[in-house]
Design a protein around this ligand. Structure first.
Ligand SMILES: [Zn+2]
Length: 289
């Protein structure tokens, strides 16, 4: 059946790229691409199809860890890896943390986790930062005067660096549109994103960020026009914690992966307040803030 699929899709006039839209197929491609995530490990995480798709039709996979047995979660956490497709470690580490949560999810937080927002950037012969349209997704989020701010920044500050192209307009890309829909629907109390290779913790939003996560220390890198930190942290006042791993192509040691996670969960526990009043039943969506 699998071998027939391209033929069937050709008959239907659907681009063959859409034939790749299953969890199994995406895990196969992830296993081929990432040195530290096998196809089986990806499948074991039992990721779901979110309905979001990349430019080429690859599914944006996700996993949700819902409240347990009526225990009121302290808050909702949206964790996103792989915004930049050439930051391999930012995807791999999320898979390792998914494994931790699979074993130890206690219901303390309600998690929605997206290990790879930019499948087209990662899952190509030569992985790239941008999506299939050549857009830096982390410059494509809305902000006031985006057209002048983000575009002029790209022209004047980056000298039209193609790796930092913000797109034609805010939310021109399906990946960024989908993430904003997630923020609206899920109503996270905090967003955690993973990047590389600055080797620090970055933070945007109200209050203060974590001083340290494992061996990574808080070092505010500044907020780029059109970035997720600018959009969610500065404008919507949702805390955005950015874990900047030290290497894009080299994973931290297992102990360090665990240390970052431990410190992150402890920081969340101290800083993410109980929602009042309780939003209601499990999985109920909140209104956009
Ligand atoms: Zn990045």
């Amino acid at each position: 059946m699998k071998r027939l699929a391209p033929f069937v899709f050709a008959l239907l006039g659907v681009p063959a790229a859409h034939a790749a839209g299953t969890v199994e197929e995406e895990c196969r491609r992830i296993g081929e691409k990432l040195a530290s995530v096998t196809e089986d490990e990806c499948l074991e995480r039992q990721l779901g199809i979110s309905g979001g798709e990349s430019v080429s039709g690859a599914p944006i996979l996700f996993k949700e860890y819902a409240p347990i047995d009526g225990r009121r979660p302290q808050g909702r956490v949206l964790l996103v890896g792989g915004i930049h497709g050439d930051e391999y470690s930012s995807v791999t580490i999320v898979f390792k943390w998914l494994r931790t949560l699979d074993a130890h999810h206690s219901g303390l937080f309600h998690w929605r986790i997206v290990p790879l927002l930019n499948p087209d950037g990662l899952l190509r012969d030569e992985s790239q930062r941008m999506n299939a349209n050549g857009v830096d997704l982390n410059r494509n989020f809305p902000m006031p005067q985006w057209e002048t701010a983000a575009h002029e920044y790209w022209v004047n500050q980056t000298n039209r660096d193609p790796r930092r192209y913000p797109g034609e307009r805010p939310l021109s890309e399906p990946e960024t549109r989908w993430l904003v829909e997630q923020i609206d629907a899920f109503g996270p109390d905090v967003i955690v994103t993973v990047h590389a290779p600055h080797g620090v913790v970055d933070y945007d939003g109200p209050h203060d960020g974590p001083y340290k996560l494992g061996l990574l220390y808080l070092n505010l890198l500044g907020t780029y026009p059109g970035s997720l930190g600018n959009y969610a942290g500065v404008q919507r006042r949702i805390p955005v914690v950015t874990v900047e791993l030290p290497y894009a192509g080299l994973m931290p040691k297992p102990g360090e992966i665990a240390d970052i996670w431990r410190d992150l969960v402890q920081w969340l526990g101290r800083n993410i307040p109980v929602r009042q009043p309780m939003a209601g039943q499990q999985g109920q969506e909140t209104e956009p803030s």
